[in-house]
Design a protein around this ligand. Structure first.
Ligand code: JGN
Length: 299
């Protein structure tokens, strides 16, 4: 049962690390400074994050992964989705975030034969989150392993309309949950349309040029005020709490407005503060091809 995904401490004054044990911090050390992203633990060797956190010339040794127990792990590989290319629509569209998703592989490049294998040690502060269309998620949804399909996962998790979800951010050294609603069905176009309020996309005619089918849309203030992401939240998981089991349905990719300077969040969201997340249901073959080797059972 140790490997049951998406389980966390639920009691009110549990430490925030034990309430959100799948969150990891990713630091990319560069000449000009350190870029910070978030990620989620999927298996002992793989973390899921955003591809835009990395530059083409980042080497593995520049990337540091730290779990909630402050342990730091060596990165042996970053596997970005093959269709991700931030420059794909230049010069018209300066930044293009389609397929903004990556797997960070933990291990020991100079593993001595018989040496201790480097892998993420699970504990009360470090545990994997569930991802769609895996056996672990079928169990987390309390459905029968034999009959449950990936489509049923999607129908259960991404119902039509407003879907309650959350992301995790770091505030005063605490992991804080931020509530959002994923706009599906008739709410989706209304949410997507605000992408054109981003300065970089002011001249874009058709919103579908920048908000592709790979995105989930959250944020804004109608009908409820949603939390908004900061740049530093990039790569973190968009999570649905299904009867106290946590399932990741998206990876935080980009936001329309930068309501955070030096990661200090402004107090109030705006109608156009929308955020876009890479939808895991849209990249399953890629996820499976990398993760089945590390024991994740896909449907
Ligand atoms: C289309 O143009 C915009 C793309 C996103 N950009 C920054 C950004 C990134 C990269 C990632 C996450 C998670 C963000 N959350 C809020 C802003 C933000 C800026 C917006 O400020 C320009």
């Amino acid at each position: 049962a140790m490997n049951m995904c998406g389980m966390a401490k639920e009691y009110d004054d549990a430490p925030s690390e034990e309430k959100n044990p799948w969150i990891v911090s990713i630091s990319i050390i560069r000449e000009g400074g350190v870029e910070k992203c978030k990620g989620a633990v999927l298996t002992p060797h793989f973390i899921l994050t955003a591809a835009h956190c990395f530059n083409i010339d980042d080497q593995a040794h520049q990337i540091k992964v730290e779990t909630n127990d402050r342990k730091r792990y060596k990165v042996i590989n970053v596997i970005s989705h093959p269709n991700y290319n931030v420059n794909a629509k230049k010069p018209k569209i300066a930044e293009f975030y389609d397929y903004d998703i990556a797997l960070v592989e933990i291990g020991d490049m100079n593993k001595k034969p018989g040496g201790k294998e480097e892998k993420i040690e699970f504990s009360s502060k470090v545990r994997p989150i569930c991802i769609p269309c895996t056996e672990g998620t079928t169990r987390a949804l309390r459905k029968k392993v034999a009959q449950t399909t990936c489509d049923e996962h999607e129908a259960t998790l991404l119902k039509w309309g407003l879907v309650e979800a959350m992301f995790i951010t770091q505030e005063d050294n605490q992991l804080t949950r931020k509530d959002v609603t994923i706009k599906t069905g008739d709410q989706k176009p209304v949410c997507n349309r605000d992408a054109l309020k981003a300065p970089l996309y002011a001249d874009v005619k058709d919103v579908n040029e920048v908000v592709t089918d790979r995105f989930l849309c959250t944020g804004g203030t109608e009908p409820h005020v949603n939390a908004f992401t900061c740049k530093g939240d990039s790569g973190g998981p968009l999570v649905i709490n299904h009867r106290q089991r946590y399932i990741q349905v998206g990876v935080i990719s980009w936001g329309v407005t930068n309501l955070c300077l030096n990661n200090i969040r402004q107090p109030f969201a705006k109608a156009e503060s929308r955020d876009f997340h890479t939808n895991l249901f849209k990249v399953l073959p890629w996820l499976e091809s990398k993760l089945k080797e590390d024991g994740l059972g896909f449907l």
